[in-house]
Write a protein that binds this ligand. Sequence first.
Ligand SMILES: C[S@@+](CC[C@H](N)C(=O)[O-])C[C@H]1O[C@@H](n2cnc3c(N)ncnc32)[C@H](O)[C@@H]1O
Length: 305
Amino acid sequence: MAGTAQRHTDAEGTDAGVDGGVGLTALLVAAARAIETHRHDSLAQDVYAEHFVRAAPACADWPVRLQRVPDGDGNPLWGRFARYFGLRTRVLDDFVLRSVRTSVRQVVLLGAGLDTRAFRLDWPSDCVVFEIDRAGVLAFKHQVLTGLPATPKVKRVPVPVDLRADWVAALTTAGFDPAAPSVWLAEGLLFYLPSPVETYLIDTVDRLTTEGSALAFEAKLEKDLLEYRDSAIYTATREQIGIDLLHLFDKGPRPDSAGDLTAKGWSTSVHTPFDFTHQYGRGPLPEPNDALEGNRWVFAHKPRP
Ligand SMILES: C[S@@+](CC[C@H](N)C(=O)[O-])C[C@H]1O[C@@H](n2cnc3c(N)ncnc32)[C@H](O)[C@@H]1O
């Protein structure tokens, strides 16, 4: 599986699609979800995921089933890393579904990529799911989904906007109501954004949310990312599909967003992915020189008075 992905860097503020740059990472996660879907012990089912992979020239030779990977689970990219994404999908599915069992009816997916929760999950009928990503990514998603028998199980509102631009205006124009409770996901997003953009995003979620709202996000601990350059996961992702994640991650110091939310009165809990491997009975476990070691999944709730 030689890397065939085009490796052009997406320009700041453009509507780059899924054929390169950070947009291509949306396809990486989709391929991982396709593989997870076909596992006999799958943690999450996403029947749409493999269609995205098949539709994009950039990943024509990527696998959508583990059986197609010669070393199977021993492959650091399509084995362990894909399972990581499968676990993350499931944990955040459960988080968002728990939230909408209360009074929350608005869901905002920040950096939604090829997330198909609007099509996969069983939502209360009066929910609305806002999907924020760059225009090129959402256009590709639309093109693939309209070619399938795919019907959203909820009101779904794509919001094509760059999170480095004025996304609040785009979201509220699309119908988001800051006066009603909401649940937000930033899954696999924040480490691609410059630190001030992340800080603005967290401050803005706080500003746009009422009591009873919730937010889950993935962060990486403040540590020299390059320390993991030779880890099995980063090396395999670079060598097998031509995605250099370390090149795409923002290199600046990271803000303490969990701490910032706590300071604003949110109740936050911070977990390693491995906590959930134990809870769900499958998923990645720690290993030496582990690129996943610094990953944290943060769950935050804005308490009711
Ligand atoms: C690793 S993918 C994750 C996608 C999705 N959350 C998932 O887990 O399947 C990262 C996503 O963040 C989006 N993204 C990165 N920077 C962005 C920005 N500045 N504005 C909007 N979306 C952005 C990318 O286009 C991509 O779809």
